[in-house]
Design a protein around this ligand. Structure first.
Ligand SMILES: Cc1ncc(COP(=O)(O)O)c(C=O)c1O
Length: 454
């Protein structure tokens, strides 16, 4: 009988996160203090993060144990399935084998819960009472609201204004789990007010929402900040995806030639890809592709430089591919991919040619989403549809070349609360934004003043 989907039993689930810092050929450049430009120490970060997460940020340990309390909650929705996309393969008439790992199976609707639970747990353990965060499309906010509710923490969320208006039911989900949600830029913070003074119609960006959340966190000892992507500890927690995927692919009797994830800050791509990259670094042949929006092309058009993670320059300077922290991406419907920067881990591996990146336009990703919905039945999030488009392209290449490759992509979330965006696609009013060359040039110019990566 042909195998269509594979889950893991609870007793087969991985008990460790994989830390790629143990195996990278070139280590990360250190984060720098936003004021002094000197490498930061744990004390600098302790204002906004609990110590256990700071330790994970710099750890070189290869495997880090998943805490029992977090594992117990993972068991309620993990493992997530890997499904062979037989119907999609058939319609594409490709010799390629296409598999997807379905992270939309989590109660919050995406992969974001994997790190939200770990972050809420470590904060609670260290006596924190409230977490503040940003959210783009609302997937991360929903996940953190869920996790805070579970571990008994208060939660305040700054949601990028364009998404706040596009996706009202995400907001309702966050309210359902007991979180407070504000459209960003807001009047609640100094950073928000400054931006609104300059541009009252500003659609917001993840960089602005991060400034607002960090500003709130630094004002109160019992409040900390949680980030949904980019940082090493976030990527670390997401590796449970790839750890599971390796065991599941074994059960299929297969191994991917290509792994693909969409790319916003890097966490779902890295979460799936890094455990496979470990094999690549040990000699296995495998490609890993990060799929990003053409209108926010951080990895394909950005530069590798120190930059701030937020607009108000409150975060440390991180070594990453960036379009400049002042760049406000066009209002595409994949709100979770509208970020100027990228994970330093993903950036370093891209710089070292160990991974690849490709960019896709809004209309082509919706067209791929539609084909996927009709063949596989799951309606994907616009963010995840970048990975679908990339997988379809690779499968079509296989057809042209007459080769059969095994493609595994991460379906990072479902799109059931993104139907407003689908409606716009059906009504033909979705725009394909031009590559915002002038805006990016201007935002990158400012980086010339920051420390150079040696
Ligand atoms: C469904 C979904 N996929 C992907 C992303 C992008 O984030 P990351 O690159 O950290 O995985 C988001 C972010 O909000 C998301 O909601």
């Amino acid at each position: 009988m042909k195998l269509t989907k594979v889950y893991l039993n609870e007793n087969e689930m991985p008990r460790y996160y994989y830390n790629i810092q143990a195996d990278m050929p070139n280590p990360l450049h250190p984060p720098l203090h936003p004021g002094t430009g000197q490498p930061i120490g744990p004390e600098d970060l302790s204002v906004i993060f609990p110590m256990e997460l700071i330790k994970q940020e710099v750890s070189k340990e290869r495997f880090i144990e998943i805490p029992e309390e977090v594992f117990e909650v993972y068991k309620t929705y993990r493992s997530t399935p890997i499904i062979r996309a037989y119907n999609l393969e058939k319609v594409l008439n490709t010799p390629a084998k296409i598999y997807y790992k379905y992270e939309g199976a989590s109660p919050a609707g995406s992969h974001k819960l994997n790190t939200a639970l770990a972050q809420a747990y470590y904060n609670k353990k260290e006596g924190v009472e409230k977490l503040c965060t940003e959210t783009g499309a609302g997937q991360w906010g929903t996940a953190l609201a869920y996790a805070c509710n579970f571990f008994g923490l208060k939660c305040r969320i700054f949601m990028v204004k364009v998404s706040y208006n596009q996706k009202p039911y995400r907001k309702m989900m966050m309210h359902t789990y007991g979180a407070e949600v504000y459209a960003s830029p807001s009047e609640l913070t100094k950073s928000g007010k400054e931006i609104l003074n300059k541009d009252p119609h500003c659609p917001g960006s993840l960089g602005i929402a991060i400034s607002e959340a960090v500003e709130e966190a630094v004002q109160d000892e019992k409040t900390k900040y949680a980030l949904g992507s980019v940082l090493n500890h976030v990527v670390l927690h997401q590796t449970i995806i790839g750890e599971e995927a390796k065991l599941q692919m074994e059960k299929f009797g297969d191994y991917p030639d290509i792994v693909i994830g969409c790319h916003g800050g890097g966490s779902n791509f890295a979460g799936l890809a890094f455990p496979f990259i470990k094999d690549k670094l040990e000699g296995k042949k495998i490609r890993a592709i990060a799929a990003e929006p053409a209108s926010c092309p951080t990895l394909t058009k950005g530069i590798f430089s120190y930059d701030f993670g937020d607009v108000s320059k409150m975060t440390p300077l991180l070594p990453m591919y960036t379009l400049g922290h002042n760049f406000i991406p066009p209002s595409i419907h994949a709100g979770g991919l509208r970020y100027h920067g990228a994970s330093p881990l993903v950036s370093q591996l891209l710089k070292d040619n160990i991974i690849e990146a490709q960019a896709f336009t809004q209309k082509e990703i919706f067209s791929a989403a539609l084909l996927f919905s009709k063949t596989e039945g799951i309606i994907p999030a616009p963010e995840s549809s970048h990975a679908i488009k990339c997988a379809i392209n690779e499968a079509e290449k296989c057809k042209e070349e007459g080769t059969s490759k095994t493609i595994l992509f991460n379906l990072s979330g479902h799109g059931l609360l993104d139907m407003g965006s689908y409606e716009k696609y059906f009504s033909n009013v979705l725009e394909d934004y031009d590559y915002p060359e002038e805006n990016i040039k201007a935002a990158l110019k400012e980086l010339e003043r920051y420390p150079k990566i040696q």
